[in-house]
Design a protein around this ligand. Structure first.
Ligand SMILES: [Zn+2]
Length: 425
Protein backbone atom coordinates (compact mmCIF):
# COMPACT_ATOMS: atom_id res chain seq x y z
CA UNK A 1 0.00 0.00 0.00
CA UNK A 2 1.28 3.41 -0.90
CA UNK A 3 0.95 5.71 2.11
CA UNK A 4 1.94 9.35 2.35
CA UNK A 5 5.19 8.18 3.94
CA UNK A 6 6.00 5.67 1.23
CA UNK A 7 9.36 6.00 -0.42
CA UNK A 8 9.16 6.36 -4.19
CA UNK A 9 12.55 7.54 -5.33
CA UNK A 10 13.31 4.64 -7.67
CA UNK A 11 16.51 2.94 -6.56
CA UNK A 12 17.73 5.96 -4.61
CA UNK A 13 19.17 5.09 -1.19
CA UNK A 14 16.29 4.45 1.19
CA UNK A 15 15.40 2.90 4.50
CA UNK A 16 12.09 1.98 6.07
CA UNK A 17 9.69 4.93 5.93
CA UNK A 18 8.55 6.55 9.14
CA UNK A 19 5.18 5.28 10.26
CA UNK A 20 5.64 5.33 14.03
CA UNK A 21 7.61 7.41 16.51
CA UNK A 22 11.13 6.04 16.79
CA UNK A 23 11.27 6.79 20.49
CA UNK A 24 7.92 5.62 21.90
CA UNK A 25 6.34 3.72 19.00
CA UNK A 26 3.20 5.89 18.86
CA UNK A 27 1.52 6.16 15.44
CA UNK A 28 0.21 9.66 16.22
CA UNK A 29 2.59 11.99 14.45
CA UNK A 30 1.62 15.60 13.86
CA UNK A 31 3.01 17.82 11.10
CA UNK A 32 5.48 20.34 12.52
CA UNK A 33 7.15 21.78 9.42
CA UNK A 34 6.87 20.63 5.82
CA UNK A 35 9.71 21.99 3.69
CA UNK A 36 8.66 20.08 0.56
CA UNK A 37 10.95 17.63 -1.23
CA UNK A 38 14.61 18.56 -1.68
CA UNK A 39 17.87 16.85 -2.71
CA UNK A 40 20.45 15.88 -0.04
CA UNK A 41 21.92 19.21 1.06
CA UNK A 42 25.59 18.34 0.54
CA UNK A 43 25.21 16.96 -2.98
CA UNK A 44 26.66 19.88 -4.95
CA UNK A 45 26.32 19.28 -8.69
CA UNK A 46 28.94 19.36 -11.43
CA UNK A 47 28.01 21.17 -14.65
CA UNK A 48 27.33 17.78 -16.30
CA UNK A 49 25.07 16.71 -13.45
CA UNK A 50 22.87 19.79 -13.93
CA UNK A 51 21.77 18.26 -17.25
CA UNK A 52 20.49 15.13 -15.52
CA UNK A 53 17.54 14.40 -13.20
CA UNK A 54 18.11 14.92 -9.50
CA UNK A 55 16.55 12.75 -6.76
CA UNK A 56 14.62 14.59 -4.06
CA UNK A 57 13.40 13.40 -0.68
CA UNK A 58 10.58 14.74 1.49
CA UNK A 59 11.74 17.09 4.23
CA UNK A 60 8.76 16.98 6.55
CA UNK A 61 9.35 17.18 10.29
CA UNK A 62 6.68 15.67 12.50
CA UNK A 63 6.18 15.79 16.25
CA UNK A 64 5.04 12.75 18.19
CA UNK A 65 1.73 13.48 19.95
CA UNK A 66 2.72 11.24 22.84
CA UNK A 67 6.43 11.79 23.62
CA UNK A 68 6.86 15.06 21.58
CA UNK A 69 10.03 13.99 19.77
CA UNK A 70 10.41 16.07 16.57
CA UNK A 71 11.65 13.73 13.86
CA UNK A 72 12.31 13.08 10.19
CA UNK A 73 12.08 9.64 8.58
CA UNK A 74 15.49 8.06 7.87
CA UNK A 75 15.33 8.34 4.09
CA UNK A 76 19.10 8.81 3.84
CA UNK A 77 20.84 6.57 6.37
CA UNK A 78 24.07 7.22 8.30
CA UNK A 79 25.64 4.17 6.64
CA UNK A 80 25.33 5.97 3.31
CA UNK A 81 26.47 9.32 4.62
CA UNK A 82 29.25 8.48 7.03
CA UNK A 83 31.29 5.54 5.81
CA UNK A 84 33.18 7.79 3.39
CA UNK A 85 32.75 11.02 5.27
CA UNK A 86 34.68 13.97 3.89
CA UNK A 87 34.39 16.30 6.87
CA UNK A 88 37.43 16.59 9.10
CA UNK A 89 36.57 18.41 12.33
CA UNK A 90 40.13 19.65 12.79
CA UNK A 91 39.71 21.96 9.76
CA UNK A 92 37.73 24.27 12.04
CA UNK A 93 40.06 25.89 14.58
CA UNK A 94 37.20 27.31 16.64
CA UNK A 95 35.69 23.82 16.92
CA UNK A 96 39.01 22.33 18.07
CA UNK A 97 39.28 25.09 20.72
CA UNK A 98 35.70 24.37 21.81
CA UNK A 99 36.67 20.69 22.21
CA UNK A 100 39.78 21.58 24.23
CA UNK A 101 37.72 23.71 26.63
CA UNK A 102 35.33 20.81 27.05
CA UNK A 103 38.18 18.44 27.90
CA UNK A 104 39.72 20.92 30.38
CA UNK A 105 36.37 21.47 32.11
CA UNK A 106 35.50 17.76 32.20
CA UNK A 107 38.83 16.77 33.72
CA UNK A 108 38.18 19.34 36.41
CA UNK A 109 34.50 18.55 36.93
CA UNK A 110 34.83 14.75 37.03
CA UNK A 111 38.31 14.58 38.53
CA UNK A 112 39.68 12.52 35.61
CA UNK A 113 43.25 11.25 35.94
CA UNK A 114 45.70 8.65 34.61
CA UNK A 115 43.45 5.83 35.90
CA UNK A 116 40.40 7.10 33.98
CA UNK A 117 39.02 6.00 30.63
CA UNK A 118 37.27 8.32 28.17
CA UNK A 119 35.30 7.27 25.08
CA UNK A 120 34.09 9.60 22.38
CA UNK A 121 31.40 8.40 19.98
CA UNK A 122 31.74 9.76 16.42
CA UNK A 123 35.21 10.92 17.33
CA UNK A 124 35.97 12.09 13.79
CA UNK A 125 39.68 12.81 13.23
CA UNK A 126 40.56 12.94 16.94
CA UNK A 127 39.95 16.73 17.20
CA UNK A 128 38.73 16.22 20.82
CA UNK A 129 40.47 13.08 22.08
CA UNK A 130 43.91 14.43 21.11
CA UNK A 131 43.52 16.72 24.15
CA UNK A 132 42.72 13.69 26.33
CA UNK A 133 45.80 11.87 25.01
CA UNK A 134 47.94 14.94 25.82
CA UNK A 135 46.85 14.70 29.44
CA UNK A 136 47.95 11.06 29.67
CA UNK A 137 44.38 9.81 30.09
CA UNK A 138 43.45 6.54 28.40
CA UNK A 139 40.84 6.97 25.66
CA UNK A 140 39.16 5.39 22.66
CA UNK A 141 37.33 6.93 19.71
CA UNK A 142 34.47 5.12 18.01
CA UNK A 143 34.14 6.45 14.47
CA UNK A 144 32.20 4.91 11.57
CA UNK A 145 34.07 6.68 8.79
CA UNK A 146 37.20 4.78 7.72
CA UNK A 147 39.17 7.71 6.31
CA UNK A 148 38.68 10.18 9.17
CA UNK A 149 39.29 7.42 11.73
CA UNK A 150 42.62 6.78 10.01
CA UNK A 151 43.53 10.46 10.43
CA UNK A 152 42.84 10.11 14.18
CA UNK A 153 45.12 7.05 14.51
CA UNK A 154 47.91 8.98 12.80
CA UNK A 155 47.58 11.57 15.59
CA UNK A 156 47.99 8.83 18.20
CA UNK A 157 44.29 8.65 19.10
CA UNK A 158 43.18 4.98 19.42
CA UNK A 159 40.11 4.64 17.20
CA UNK A 160 37.70 1.80 16.48
CA UNK A 161 35.91 1.88 13.12
CA UNK A 162 32.28 1.13 14.04
CA UNK A 163 28.77 2.46 14.53
CA UNK A 164 27.61 2.43 18.14
CA UNK A 165 25.02 -0.28 18.88
CA UNK A 166 24.28 -2.14 22.14
CA UNK A 167 26.56 -4.92 20.83
CA UNK A 168 29.56 -2.70 19.96
CA UNK A 169 29.10 -0.89 23.29
CA UNK A 170 29.24 -4.21 25.18
CA UNK A 171 32.24 -5.40 23.14
CA UNK A 172 34.21 -2.23 23.89
CA UNK A 173 33.40 -2.53 27.60
CA UNK A 174 34.52 -6.18 27.62
CA UNK A 175 37.82 -5.34 25.93
CA UNK A 176 38.74 -1.97 27.47
CA UNK A 177 36.66 -1.77 30.65
CA UNK A 178 33.84 0.66 31.46
CA UNK A 179 34.26 4.35 30.61
CA UNK A 180 34.28 7.07 33.26
CA UNK A 181 33.16 9.55 30.62
CA UNK A 182 31.40 8.91 27.32
CA UNK A 183 31.04 12.05 25.23
CA UNK A 184 29.46 12.88 21.90
CA UNK A 185 29.07 16.11 19.98
CA UNK A 186 26.54 16.70 17.20
CA UNK A 187 25.77 13.04 16.68
CA UNK A 188 22.71 12.34 18.86
CA UNK A 189 20.52 13.99 16.21
CA UNK A 190 22.08 11.98 13.39
CA UNK A 191 21.23 8.43 14.46
CA UNK A 192 17.84 7.03 13.45
CA UNK A 193 17.93 4.19 16.01
CA UNK A 194 17.97 6.48 19.01
CA UNK A 195 16.95 3.74 21.49
CA UNK A 196 19.60 1.23 20.36
CA UNK A 197 22.23 3.96 20.27
CA UNK A 198 21.36 5.07 23.83
CA UNK A 199 21.54 1.46 25.03
CA UNK A 200 25.00 1.40 23.45
CA UNK A 201 25.97 4.47 25.52
CA UNK A 202 24.73 2.74 28.68
CA UNK A 203 26.77 -0.36 27.78
CA UNK A 204 29.92 1.77 27.46
CA UNK A 205 29.64 3.89 30.59
CA UNK A 206 30.74 2.75 34.06
CA UNK A 207 27.96 2.17 36.60
CA UNK A 208 29.09 5.36 38.37
CA UNK A 209 30.21 7.15 35.17
CA UNK A 210 29.04 10.13 33.12
CA UNK A 211 27.68 10.70 29.63
CA UNK A 212 27.93 14.11 27.97
CA UNK A 213 25.90 14.88 24.85
CA UNK A 214 26.02 18.09 22.85
CA UNK A 215 23.14 18.59 20.45
CA UNK A 216 21.24 21.45 18.81
CA UNK A 217 18.37 22.79 20.93
CA UNK A 218 14.85 22.88 19.49
CA UNK A 219 13.98 25.83 21.72
CA UNK A 220 16.47 28.17 19.99
CA UNK A 221 15.67 26.62 16.61
CA UNK A 222 12.04 27.69 17.14
CA UNK A 223 12.69 31.02 18.87
CA UNK A 224 15.13 32.14 16.13
CA UNK A 225 13.31 30.44 13.22
CA UNK A 226 16.44 28.49 12.30
CA UNK A 227 14.53 26.19 9.97
CA UNK A 228 17.54 25.86 7.65
CA UNK A 229 19.27 23.66 10.24
CA UNK A 230 16.73 21.01 9.22
CA UNK A 231 18.08 18.55 6.64
CA UNK A 232 17.66 14.87 5.81
CA UNK A 233 20.57 13.48 7.85
CA UNK A 234 19.41 15.37 10.95
CA UNK A 235 16.76 12.91 12.16
CA UNK A 236 15.78 14.32 15.58
CA UNK A 237 15.35 17.85 16.97
CA UNK A 238 15.54 17.79 20.75
CA UNK A 239 14.06 19.83 23.49
CA UNK A 240 15.64 19.07 26.84
CA UNK A 241 12.42 17.21 27.64
CA UNK A 242 12.65 14.87 24.62
CA UNK A 243 16.39 14.51 25.17
CA UNK A 244 15.63 13.40 28.72
CA UNK A 245 13.09 10.87 27.41
CA UNK A 246 15.54 9.55 24.81
CA UNK A 247 18.17 9.04 27.52
CA UNK A 248 15.68 7.20 29.73
CA UNK A 249 14.97 4.77 26.85
CA UNK A 250 18.48 3.38 27.28
CA UNK A 251 18.75 3.47 31.07
CA UNK A 252 20.36 6.90 31.46
CA UNK A 253 19.02 9.82 33.52
CA UNK A 254 19.57 13.50 32.77
CA UNK A 255 21.23 15.22 35.74
CA UNK A 256 22.51 18.54 34.39
CA UNK A 257 22.50 20.78 31.31
CA UNK A 258 24.58 23.62 29.89
CA UNK A 259 23.38 26.10 27.25
CA UNK A 260 25.91 26.70 24.45
CA UNK A 261 26.12 29.05 21.46
CA UNK A 262 27.30 26.41 18.99
CA UNK A 263 25.16 25.87 15.88
CA UNK A 264 22.97 28.83 16.76
CA UNK A 265 22.03 27.33 20.15
CA UNK A 266 22.83 23.91 21.62
CA UNK A 267 22.41 22.01 24.86
CA UNK A 268 25.04 19.90 26.55
CA UNK A 269 23.21 17.22 28.49
CA UNK A 270 24.93 15.41 31.35
CA UNK A 271 23.50 11.99 32.17
CA UNK A 272 24.35 9.08 34.44
CA UNK A 273 23.14 5.49 34.80
CA UNK A 274 19.58 5.73 36.15
CA UNK A 275 20.34 3.55 39.22
CA UNK A 276 22.69 6.16 40.72
CA UNK A 277 21.69 9.43 38.98
CA UNK A 278 19.74 11.20 41.72
CA UNK A 279 17.79 14.42 41.18
CA UNK A 280 18.34 16.75 38.20
CA UNK A 281 20.00 20.11 38.79
CA UNK A 282 18.39 23.52 39.11
CA UNK A 283 19.65 24.31 35.58
CA UNK A 284 17.64 21.35 34.22
CA UNK A 285 14.50 22.67 35.90
CA UNK A 286 15.13 26.18 34.50
CA UNK A 287 15.59 25.03 30.89
CA UNK A 288 12.54 22.75 31.11
CA UNK A 289 10.52 25.70 32.42
CA UNK A 290 11.66 27.90 29.51
CA UNK A 291 10.63 25.21 27.01
CA UNK A 292 7.27 24.82 28.68
CA UNK A 293 6.70 28.58 28.57
CA UNK A 294 7.47 28.49 24.83
CA UNK A 295 4.75 25.86 24.34
CA UNK A 296 7.11 23.03 23.49
CA UNK A 297 5.83 20.68 26.18
CA UNK A 298 2.54 20.08 24.37
CA UNK A 299 1.97 18.81 20.83
CA UNK A 300 -0.31 21.77 19.96
CA UNK A 301 2.34 24.19 21.23
CA UNK A 302 4.44 23.29 18.17
CA UNK A 303 1.75 24.46 15.74
CA UNK A 304 2.81 28.07 15.09
CA UNK A 305 6.30 27.33 13.79
CA UNK A 306 5.37 26.61 10.17
CA UNK A 307 3.69 30.02 9.97
CA UNK A 308 6.74 31.79 11.43
CA UNK A 309 8.95 30.05 8.87
CA UNK A 310 6.67 31.15 6.02
CA UNK A 311 7.03 34.76 7.16
CA UNK A 312 10.84 34.51 7.02
CA UNK A 313 10.55 33.16 3.48
CA UNK A 314 8.03 35.83 2.43
CA UNK A 315 10.27 38.65 3.65
CA UNK A 316 13.38 37.27 1.99
CA UNK A 317 11.73 36.50 -1.35
CA UNK A 318 9.95 39.88 -1.40
CA UNK A 319 13.29 41.58 -0.80
CA UNK A 320 14.98 39.65 -3.63
CA UNK A 321 12.15 40.33 -6.08
CA UNK A 322 12.17 44.02 -5.18
CA UNK A 323 15.96 44.17 -5.65
CA UNK A 324 15.63 42.53 -9.04
CA UNK A 325 12.91 44.97 -10.13
CA UNK A 326 15.12 47.86 -9.05
CA UNK A 327 17.97 46.53 -11.20
CA UNK A 328 20.18 45.70 -8.19
CA UNK A 329 22.56 42.75 -8.17
CA UNK A 330 22.42 40.16 -5.38
CA UNK A 331 25.00 37.44 -4.84
CA UNK A 332 25.45 34.98 -1.99
CA UNK A 333 28.21 34.40 0.53
CA UNK A 334 28.86 30.83 1.67
CA UNK A 335 27.58 27.50 0.40
CA UNK A 336 26.95 25.55 3.62
CA UNK A 337 24.66 22.52 3.48
CA UNK A 338 21.98 24.37 5.45
CA UNK A 339 22.03 27.14 2.84
CA UNK A 340 20.44 24.61 0.53
CA UNK A 341 17.46 24.04 2.80
CA UNK A 342 16.92 27.80 2.72
CA UNK A 343 17.39 28.19 -1.05
CA UNK A 344 15.20 25.22 -1.92
CA UNK A 345 12.38 26.07 0.48
CA UNK A 346 12.35 29.69 -0.69
CA UNK A 347 12.72 28.76 -4.38
CA UNK A 348 15.77 30.99 -4.83
CA UNK A 349 17.44 30.24 -8.16
CA UNK A 350 20.02 32.15 -10.24
CA UNK A 351 17.40 34.66 -11.43
CA UNK A 352 17.19 35.95 -7.84
CA UNK A 353 20.69 35.04 -6.66
CA UNK A 354 23.24 35.28 -9.47
CA UNK A 355 25.82 33.09 -7.72
CA UNK A 356 27.23 32.37 -4.31
CA UNK A 357 30.87 32.07 -3.20
CA UNK A 358 32.60 29.68 -0.84
CA UNK A 359 36.10 29.18 0.57
CA UNK A 360 36.01 25.42 -0.07
CA UNK A 361 37.70 24.81 -3.48
CA UNK A 362 35.82 21.51 -3.84
CA UNK A 363 32.63 23.50 -4.40
CA UNK A 364 34.04 25.92 -7.00
CA UNK A 365 32.52 25.37 -10.43
CA UNK A 366 29.74 23.32 -8.89
CA UNK A 367 26.07 24.20 -8.41
CA UNK A 368 23.83 24.16 -5.35
CA UNK A 369 21.61 21.06 -5.22
CA UNK A 370 18.07 21.64 -6.41
CA UNK A 371 18.35 25.37 -7.06
CA UNK A 372 21.51 25.18 -9.22
CA UNK A 373 23.07 28.44 -8.13
CA UNK A 374 26.75 28.54 -9.31
CA UNK A 375 29.41 28.42 -6.57
CA UNK A 376 32.49 30.57 -7.23
CA UNK A 377 35.65 31.56 -5.30
CA UNK A 378 35.20 34.44 -2.78
CA UNK A 379 37.33 36.87 -4.87
CA UNK A 380 34.47 37.15 -7.35
CA UNK A 381 32.60 39.50 -5.01
CA UNK A 382 35.25 42.24 -5.12
CA UNK A 383 35.44 41.90 -8.92
CA UNK A 384 31.70 42.30 -9.45
CA UNK A 385 30.91 44.80 -6.67
CA UNK A 386 27.29 43.65 -6.16
CA UNK A 387 24.67 45.80 -4.43
CA UNK A 388 23.74 43.10 -1.92
CA UNK A 389 25.47 40.05 -0.46
CA UNK A 390 23.10 37.46 1.03
CA UNK A 391 24.79 35.65 3.91
CA UNK A 392 23.94 31.94 4.05
CA UNK A 393 25.99 30.95 7.18
CA UNK A 394 24.06 33.50 9.33
CA UNK A 395 25.45 31.91 12.52
CA UNK A 396 28.83 33.55 11.74
CA UNK A 397 27.18 36.99 11.72
CA UNK A 398 29.68 39.05 13.73
CA UNK A 399 32.70 37.38 12.15
CA UNK A 400 31.37 37.99 8.62
CA UNK A 401 30.42 41.61 9.21
CA UNK A 402 34.14 42.14 9.91
CA UNK A 403 35.43 39.90 7.14
CA UNK A 404 33.18 41.42 4.49
CA UNK A 405 33.69 45.05 5.49
CA UNK A 406 35.25 45.63 2.03
CA UNK A 407 31.74 45.40 0.51
CA UNK A 408 31.07 48.85 1.99
CA UNK A 409 33.78 50.35 -0.24
CA UNK A 410 31.36 50.39 -3.17
CA UNK A 411 28.24 50.92 -1.07
CA UNK A 412 27.27 47.25 -0.99
CA UNK A 413 25.07 45.92 1.81
CA UNK A 414 24.95 42.61 3.71
CA UNK A 415 21.65 40.75 3.96
CA UNK A 416 21.00 38.28 6.79
CA UNK A 417 17.90 36.11 6.24
CA UNK A 418 17.61 34.54 9.73
CA UNK A 419 16.22 34.97 12.41
CA UNK A 420 14.49 37.80 10.51
CA UNK A 421 15.49 39.79 7.43
CA UNK A 422 18.23 42.26 8.29
CA UNK A 423 20.04 44.53 5.80
CA UNK A 424 23.29 46.08 7.02
CA UNK A 425 24.77 49.07 5.18
ZN1 LIG B 1 6.92 9.33 20.53
Amino acid sequence: MLTENAVHAGDAPTAAPLVTCRLCGSAELRSFLDLGATPPCELFLTADATERPEATFPLHVRVCDKCLLAQLPPLITPEETFTEYAYFSSFSTSWVEHAKRFVDESVERLGLGPESFVVEVASNDGYLLQHVVERGIRCLGIEPSVNVGEAAREKGVPTLTAFLTPETGAAVRAEHGPADLVCLNNVYAHIPDVVGFTQGLRALVADDGWVSIEVQHLLTLVERTQFDTIYHEHFQYYTLLTGQRALESGGLTLVDVELLDTHGGSIRMWARPSEIAGEPSERVRAVLAAEEAAGLHTAEGHDGFAEAVSRVRDDLVAFLIEARRAGKTVVGYGAPGKGNTLLNYCGIRPDLLKYTVDRNPYKHGRFTPGTRVPVLPPEQIAKDRPDYVLILPWNLRDELIDQLSYVREWGGQLVFPIPALEVIA
